[in-house]
Design a protein around this ligand. Structure first.
Ligand SMILES: Nc1ncnc2c1ncn2[C@@H]1O[C@H](COP(=O)(O)OP(=O)(O)OP(=O)(O)O)[C@@H](O)[C@H]1O
Length: 474
């Protein structure tokens, strides 16, 4: 394994025995020093190169830039609740890494500790460590993690190919894991994330991988339905149910029978719509407008919302009871700027799509264009990226799509000044411009929205003088 930046300092890495050809790396987490060193030496003799992390934060940093198939956590006799929560954070960060705990035999008498170990660890050993048994266990964990990685890779590839959902960042790996688990269940789902992050695409993947795949997937934009039409849109109506109901019509929920209804922008659903949806989720029945006969309908609900869903619930925009009904399963889709090199991978995918069917003049992105894509912050996420790449592909004259074809504005670089300095300079400039463009101190103060006294104080502070200012005042 090639280890990249972020690894613990070199003196903390224990080289494995040179006699052994096959050296395997592992991360060794220990908030104390001495035991870890002893263990690392023992492991080195058995062909394991230990990368020691002294605390959980260091371990997280190391795991963000390196992959380890196995990790060992050396735990204190009374590992506290706080330590357990920190460790679970490290373990979730480590993706497919399998973890082995080394514990004091006394700690196993606690049911909580035992439950923690069985939830988060592949195996555990008690002190004093039997290095032969430990290396045996490490070998198993290593094999299991490799298998796990391979099957996850295959799953990602099939999602890429079947649904066009691209990206191999760590952040997206977690999304693929969730898609796989959630597609096996039938519970409601909420997908949150900024606009254009791929929430609908993810919902389609969940549906397409579920047992409902052969049945309809019906997207409904909640913000587009006026309050007066929400029940008819959701549940349908009978002929004559209201003025203009000239014929019977089935609603989206019935149209999706056996499949999935995707409720886009749930935070924009009207209060009446929210009550109707809640009732449907509780009773699994709907009654079309103008009918008295309730009908049982089998649909799965997947809802999407912006990244501030909990704030929307706290502010009363979404009913709390509806939120809890929907929020059984949750996927939070990270913005594109937080997905390592996904932007470049997705851009190349869009260029390939653009090239499809073209025998000649297939285009590709220049190296500088790829760097510009990776530097840009993509506030409109994948949707913006797609528009940008397609436009550039059309407009570019040569085979190479250049940085200029993309037309991306460069991010504003950090000026090196403190916020206090930036603020002081902005105030000084505003005062000078207001004074220059005003006939008197009084009118300059009014334009700046401050009192004359405040303006005089600011002028003094920034050493700004206006010839004859006193005379003009008034
Ligand atoms: N990871 C991805 N790989 C490839 N294409 C993607 C990816 N994510 C999104 N897209 C594409 O970007 C566009 C926007 O995606 P989508 O509509 O799923 O986003 P959204 O989060 O539901 O947006 P909104 O919140 O605005 O409704 C779609 O054309 C989709 O196919």
């Amino acid at each position: 394994m090639e280890l990249t930046a972020g690894i613990s300092r070199i003196e903390r890495i224990f080289p494995a025995s040179q006699a052994r050809g096959d050296v395997r790396d592992l991360i060794l987490l220990q908030p104390g020093w001495a035991d870890a060193l002893g263990l690392a030496k023992g492991l080195a003799e058995k062909g394991w190169r230990a990368h020691i992390s002294m605390d959980t934060q260091e371990a997280i940093r190391c795991l963000r830039s390196n992959h380890f198939y196995v990790g060992i956590a050396l735990l204190d006799a009374n590992f506290s609740e706080e330590m357990q929560s920190q460790l679970s954070e490290v373990i979730s960060e480590s993706g497919f890494t399998e973890w082995i705990a080394i514990v004091d035999p006394g700690s196993l008498t606690s049911i909580e500790h035992a439950a923690f170990l069985s939830t988060f660890f592949f195996d555990f050993h008690t002190t004093p460590v039997d290095i032969r048994r430990l290396t045996y266990s490490l070998g198993h964990a290593y094999g299991a993690a490799k298998l796990n990685e391979a099957s996850r890779g295959e799953f990602r590839l099939s999602v890429n190919q079947r649904f066009g959902l691209i990206g191999s960042s760590k952040a997206m790996s977690q999304v693929y894991d969730s898609i796989q688990k959630i597609s096996r269940s039938d519970e409601p789902v909420i997908i949150t994330g900024e606009t254009g992050t791929g929430k609908e695409l993810i919902a389609r993947a969940i549906h397409g991988l579920s047992s409902r795949a052969e049945k309809p997937f019906i997207p409904v934009s909640c913000g587009a339905i006026p309050e007066t039409l929400v029940q008819s849109e959701f549940f349908g109506h009978n002929k004559g149910a209201f003025t203009g109901a000239v014929e019977e019509r089935i609603g989206h929920f019935e149209a999706a029978e056996g499949g999935t209804v995707y409720l886009d922008e749930i935070e924009n659903l009207s209060p009446l719509g929210q009550v109707s949806l809640l009732r449907f989720l509780q009773e699994k029945e709907l009654t079309p407008l103008g009918s008295k006969k309730p009908r049982t309908v089998d649909v799965r609900i997947i809802a999407s919302a912006g990244p501030n869903l909990t704030e929307a619930v706290a502010a009363g925009v979404i009913r709390e009871d509806l939120f809890y009904r929907l929020n059984v399963l949750h996927i939070d889709v990270p913005p594109l700027r937080e997905r390592d090199t996904d932007a470049a991978e997705i851009a190349e995918y869009f260029v390939d799509r653009f090239n499809q069917g073209k025998r000649r003049n297939a285009k590709r992105l220049s190296k500088k264009a790829i760097s510009a894509i990776l530097e840009y912050s993509w506030p409109g996420n994948v949707r913006e990226l797609m528009g940008c790449v397609n436009r550039a592909a059309v407009l570019s004259t040569g085979r190479l799509i250049t940085e200029g074809d993309l037309g991306l504005s460069r991010p504003v670089r950090f000026s090196g000044r403190t916020l206090r300095e930036v603020k002081a300079q902005a105030v000084e400039q505003a005062v000078m411009s207001a004074l220059a463009e005003s006939k008197s101190i009084t009118s300059a103060a009014r334009r700046l929205g401050v009192s004359r006294v405040t303006l005089y104080r600011l002028m003094e502070k920034h050493s700004i003088t206006v010839p004859g200012a006193e005379h003009a005042a008034g």
